[in-house]
Ligand binder design. Structure first.
Ligand SMILES: NC(=O)c1ccc[n+]([C@@H]2O[C@H](COP(=O)([O-])OP(=O)(O)OC[C@H]3O[C@@H](n4cnc5c(N)ncnc54)[C@H](O)[C@@H]3O)[C@@H](O)[C@H]2O)c1
Length: 258
């Protein structure tokens, strides 16, 4: 029986590249996105997340072999809290029983190199506390006071910390479920197109995220790493943040941090 993988954000960028790769190797993919997907749902709301889970159950039944959460937004706004963190954690948590029914269940969530950078502690903590409205309220304060740029890294840091803690908590590693984070550097998708149009932004981005190994990544490069982490071949990697960043993390953080 082919492996059955659920991919959020499957209509574009990294999610679409992964869907193409998995289908290319004969696997079943159930995509979840705002459009052009098997399950059309809005992961920014609790109702949309519930609809996504119901749609997945309808198509996949009671078993899902893998889940990859690529849905995300980078436009600074409180929506980042709802989609990047709660849209991710809500879906992973709700699909745990279906994953536990697989003989080789695997999950990968998407963080970001920005999760290693300065971020707003109150947004991050509200996410980790599971308090969506507190996170959104704080993000709105940051937006209104002209400091929205600390929201995205806070949501990505929270996703990584949540995944690391959860990976070895009851119901995950002990149920055979591998749970990892892939943290890309700069990837050439619609999310970053605008940054390349502005030479000042591009210079800032290159300084913040230096990528000495092969430069900006195509989405397929990130998808290949995700494809391994959610394959049956990954038997012992869990709780890890895998940077697919051309060397940005090691360039910007201390080499003795590992
Ligand atoms: N592109 C980069 O440089 C980069 C770097 C680091 C991390 N990331 C992360 O990788 C992930 C994928 O990014 P990408 O570059 O492929 O972006 P993308 O914009 O190409 O694709 C994101 C997909 O998510 C979907 N989506 C957005 N909001 C949604 C919602 N409310 N409900 C359901 N689906 C929704 C979009 O419709 C889109 O298909 C994101 O989490 C992003 O934060 C991207």
């Amino acid at each position: 029986m082919p492996r059955r993988t659920v991919i959020t954000g499957s209509a574009a960028g990294i999610g679409r590249a992964l869907a193409d790769q998995l289908r290319g190797r004969g696997e079943d993919v159930v995509g979840v996105d705002l459009r052009d997907a098997e399950v059309v749902a809005d992961l920014s709301t609790p109702e949309g997340r519930a609809a996504a889970v119901a749609g997945v159950r309808e198509l996949a039944g009671d078993r899902v072999d893998a889940l990859v959460t690529c849905a995300g937004v980078a436009e600074p706004s409180p929506l980042m809290v709802r989609i990047n963190y709660f849209g991710t954690v809500g879906l992973v948590t709700a699909l745990q029983p279906l994953l536990a029914a697989s003989s080789a269940p695997r999950v990968a969530v998407i963080g970001s190199i920005s999760g290693t950078m300065g971020n707003d502690d109150r947004v991050r903590q509200a996410c980790l506390d599971g308090d969506e409205e507190a996170g959104v309220t704080r993000a709105a304060e940051l937006t209104d006071s002209g400091r929205p740029h600390s929201i995205y890294p806070a949501t990505k840091a929270a996703v990584a910390e949540w995944a690391r803690r959860t990976s070895v908590s009851p119901g995950w590693a002990d149920a055979g479920i591998a749970l990892n984070v892939v943290a890309p550097g700069v990837v050439l998708t619609q999310m970053t197109t605008g940054l390349f149009e502005d030479p000042v932004m591009r210079e800032l981005m290159d300084a913040a995220v230096p990528m000495p190994l092969n430069g900006y990544a195509p989405p397929e490069a990130v998808a290949k790493v995700l494809a391994f982490l959610v394959s049956e071949d990954n038997t012992h990697v869990t709780g890890q943040v895998v940077y697919v960043d051309g060397g940005a993390e090691v360039s910007t953080r201390s080499a003795d941090l590992f």
